[in-house]
Design a binder for this molecule. Structure first.
Ligand code: G
Ligand code: G
Ligand code: NA
Ligand code: MN
Length: 254
């Protein structure tokens, strides 16, 4: 069966859903916000977002898919806020096509106009892979525009892509996300530990926030607290889940 065609129909029929994973303060457990992770079940079988985001990009569906995710995530978040809860910030992953789309910042601005409760809460995560050198000017312009609306930018999977340090200093980045491959090897690899410690110092010295992802154990959390990492995300707090469930898990873990 044709996955691209199935994806196109899923986008059109509102069948793209979003799972949420809490980000909390490492030292206190206080809730900081949530990362939104796209979900799609094709004929009943879940497809990984790593796979269907790539399919969407290849099929020219990156922008519509991204719009569907943003719409669903903003709606879920606004609903929870309107019920009287405070879920903190909403972090959404961006693909290359969204980041290069000249209309993207205005579309985000309209969304924030329609859902005023989300103002000051929105954050976008970008990976080094989406930062194409040949589109640098467009990407830079879009990130600056997003900043003007109070949107924060995180550099995801830091250290795993190409040219990390260049991006950190040439683009308006607010936060660094330490990749889970480093966190996973903290207890077994002195090199991984050194890279994590150094990344935290680097981010803080540049005035940026830092969040470690893929935190599964108390030992990893304690290492990160000692190293000065402000925020953590991972199975230790909660797996990605429906927003209310992930919110409850974050409160229980506090
Ligand atoms: O949770 P997990 O299997 O959910 O995610 C796998 C990968 O897919 C991660 O690298 C994540 O950043 C990416 N991803 C999840 N949702 C989205 C999305 O809405 N847009 C983009 N571009 N990437 C996403
Ligand atoms: O690339 P990105 O960082 O956005 O990917 C997030 C991915 O990591 C998702 O697939 C999510 O399900 C997964 N994930 C989240 N927390 C953990 C964790 O504690 N351990 C592991 N192994 N994976 C995690
Ligand atoms: Na991400
Ligand atoms: Mn990541």
């Amino acid at each position: 069966q044709d996955l691209a065609q199935g994806l196109k129909e899923a986008i059109a029929n509102d069948q793209i859903t979003v799972a949420y994973q809490p980000q909390v303060e490492a030292a206190t457990g206080r809730l900081v916000g949530f990362e939104a992770l796209a979900r799609w079940a094709h004929i009943g079988t879940p497809v990984s977002p790593a796979e269907f985001v790539a399919i969407a990009e290849d099929a020219g569906l990156g922008v519509p898919l991204g719009c569907a995710v943003i719409k669903a995530a903003c709606r879920d978040f606004a609903n929870l806020i309107n019920e009287g809860f405070d879920p903190g910030r909403l972090a959404i992953n961006l693909s290359t096509s969204q980041l290069c789309d000249p209309e993207f910042p205005d579309r985000v601005a309209r969304q924030l106009d329609n859902l005023k409760v989300l103002q000051g809460r929105l954050e976008f995560e970008i990976t080094e892979n989406v930062l194409l050198d040949q589109r640098f000017e467009e990407i830079h312009r879009n990130l600056v525009r997003l900043h003007e609306f109070g949107v924060l930018i995180s550099l995801d999977d830091f250290g795993t892509g190409y040219g990390s340090l260049k991006h950190l200093w040439r683009l308006p980045i607010n936060k660094v996300k330490i990749d889970k491959s480093f966190v996973e090897n903290l207890d077994t690899s002195e090199s991984a530990a050194t890279i994590v410690r150094t990344t935290i110092v680097l981010a803080k010295s540049l005035g940026m926030g830092v969040v470690a992802e893929g935190v599964e154990t108390r030992a990893q959390r304690n290492f990160l607290i000692d190293a000065g990492c402000s925020d953590i995300q991972g199975f230790l707090i909660s797996k990605p889940d429906k927003l209310v469930n992930a919110y409850q898990a974050a409160l229980d873990a506090e």
